[in-house]
Design a binder for this molecule. Structure first.
Ligand code: SF4
Ligand code: SF4
Length: 175
């Protein structure tokens, strides 16, 4: 059953996270909260699958084994969770994970970065740190070809955006 947002945030506030730190490595966030969380790799609420674009270099026949796919270029998360989630976390090497996985809870939506508020790291790391992390993520994304930037950018319904995401006012491209 979908947990109420307030209930989830209260739970995070009381959880003793073993490594409550987040750093940006070259192409991804090294998020210490994930080991005690796994929320965004598991079953997702709502009817619409969450799209996670794959780069050209990530295309291959194994993708159908590792992901639920919307099309050859797009893995997705829905009420089934992610096929690549094992008992100790993600079973894929970093270079095979969708870019969106490495950036979450930063989310590129309509060309701008947002923060997914329900992630415990979003709740427990100060916003000023997220702005700095967002700038690093933006610098990484800006090096990708524009076609990849556009493919990686998702479009969420306004109601979902308002309920679950905070804007960081960091823009990659105009929508
Ligand atoms: S919700 Fe946040 S902390 Fe939890 S697994 Fe996802 S990115 Fe990691
Ligand atoms: S590919 Fe790995 S990190 Fe991404 S959603 Fe699936 S299990 Fe999680």
């Amino acid at each position: 059953m979908k947990k109420a947002l307030l209930e989830q945030l209260r739970e995070w506030a009381e959880t003793p996270f073993s490594n409550p730190t987040v750093r940006f490595e070259d192409t991804y966030l090294d998020n210490g909260f994930c080991v005690d969380c796994r929320l965004c790799c598991g079953p997702q609420p709502g009817d619409d699958p969450y799209p996670m674009a794959l780069l050209d270099s990530q295309l291959g026949p194994k993708n159908a084994e590792d992901f639920y796919l919307l099309d050859a270029h797009t893995a997705c998360l829905d009420e089934r969770g992610c096929k690549a989630l094992g008992t100790s976390g993600c079973t894929l090497p970093r270079h095979r994970r969708p870019v969106a996985c490495g950036l979450f809870p930063l989310v590129l939506q309509d060309g701008a970065l947002y923060l997914y508020r329900i992630c415990p790291a979003s709740l427990l790391i100060p916003m000023v740190n997220w702005l700095a992390l967002g700038q690093k993520a933006l610098a990484y994304l800006a090096k990708l070809p524009l076609k990849d930037q556009k493919r990686l950018s998702i479009h969420l319904p306004e109601s979902v955006l308002l309920e679950r995401y905070s804007p960081l006012y960091l823009n990659l491209f105009a929508k």
